[in-house]
Design a protein around this ligand. Structure first.
Ligand SMILES: [Zn+2]
Length: 344
């Protein structure tokens, strides 16, 4: 088994005091070095994505806006907290290019699977708008690379970052060749405020956006049920040829920005389920793309656990344990979603 790691840490896309800073990647790479895992991985030196690759998922105006802001030295890019530095444009191209590069390696048989550890993250970046610390949509660019360059017909993007992947949803909302499934916390005032179960796509894309909006504190059992009872059956019907995972580690109970209640063991469980689905439907072709995760211990251990799973190791690290409070039962929500998406 060859597992490829593409690293695009974006050291000079960083802002003091901002949760999405280079400090995340410093913690992560230190943990990887200490883990001994690097000896088992192959490495891809990323190349920046081309404008042509980005044009498959973004408007020229958006790409030019980011380039222009970067050339001026950076600043805030939206009303929220999405920032740029003078280097951001080039570094965001590198993040997207790392993802398309891993797709190339998997599709040409150089690697079996891979993980792009990249910043800035991407899943909030819409067709024509940056948002939520995201500049360019890395996972979306990877999906289009598989389709346009390698002739893949159906790609599934599964997003388990605790925030709804509004950007990826926006890009593929009218598309029936990319199934987008997002499992996220859906609560009043919680970013980005969309991702309800009635957002299912439009036109040809109707039924190819699959939102699983969770209440707070669902925890390991609820998440496991979502992947067994909802995601699995939907993938089975879609029959993807390539699986992309928008891997955010902010659904962990210790994350400072959210309260989804997942443990590291719970994350590892759903990772293994996704690998099983990739084996069943996609010949094992699966790419993990880093999104959020702001508690550095969680982020580091979460990523190490994904590598153990990708390499077929029977190892799960969970020094932090499960959340203290009881888990929210989601039986009723699962029934409603099964009915709504005609899974039964
Ligand atoms: Zn997030």
């Amino acid at each position: 088994m060859t597992t490829v790691l593409a690293l695009a840490p974006a050291a000079s896309h960083t802002k003091a005091g901002h949760p999405e800073s280079f400090q995340r990647m410093k913690a992560l790479t230190a943990a990887l070095e200490q883990s001994g895992l690097l000896a088992d991985l192959s490495f891809l030196q990323p190349e920046p994505a081309t404008v042509e690759q980005l044009r498959r998922v973004h408007t020229v105006d958006l790409i030019e806006f980011v380039r222009h802001k970067s050339n001026l030295g950076g600043g805030l890019l939206d009303q929220g907290d999405t920032y740029a530095t003078g280097e951001t444009y080039n570094l965001a191209l590198m993040a997207a290019g790392a993802c398309t590069g891993v797709v190339d390696q998997i599709m040409t048989g150089v690697a079996d699977n891979g993980f792009a550890l990249i910043r800035p993250p991407g899943h909030h970046a819409e067709t024509d708008r940056v948002s939520g610390f995201c500049i360019f949509n890395n996972a979306a660019a990877a999906a289009r690379q598989a389709q346009v360059v390698h002739g893949v017909k159906r790609v599934a993007i599964i997003d388990y970052d605790v925030h709804h992947g509004n950007g990826t949803q926006d890009i593929f909302f009218e598309d029936d060749s990319v199934l987008f499934a997002s499992v996220h916390l859906f609560a009043p005032y919680f970013y980005p405020g969309i991702g309800g179960m009635y957002e299912i796509g439009t036109g040809r894309g109707r039924g190819f956006t699959f939102n699983v909006p969770l209440p707070p504190y669902v925890g390991d059992i609820g998440y496991r049920r979502v992947f067994d009872e909802l995601i699995g059956p939907r993938l089975e019907r879609f029959e993807p040829e390539f699986l992309i995972v928008s891997a955010g580690f902010d659904a962990h109970w210790q994350d400072p920005l959210a309260m989804a209640g997942l443990s590291l063991r719970g994350y590892a469980d759903i990772t293994r389920k996704l690998l099983n689905y990739a084996d069943r439907f996609c010949n094992g072709r699966i790419l993990f793309v880093l999104e959020g995760g702001y508690q550095h211990d969680v982020l580091s251990h979460g990523v190490l656990n994904v590598f153990h799973a990708l390499l077929g190791h029977d190892i799960i690290l969970d020094p932090l344990g499960p959340m203290m409070q009881s888990e929210h039962d989601i039986s009723d929500l699962i029934k409603r979603l099964e009915k709504h998406y005609l899974l039964k």
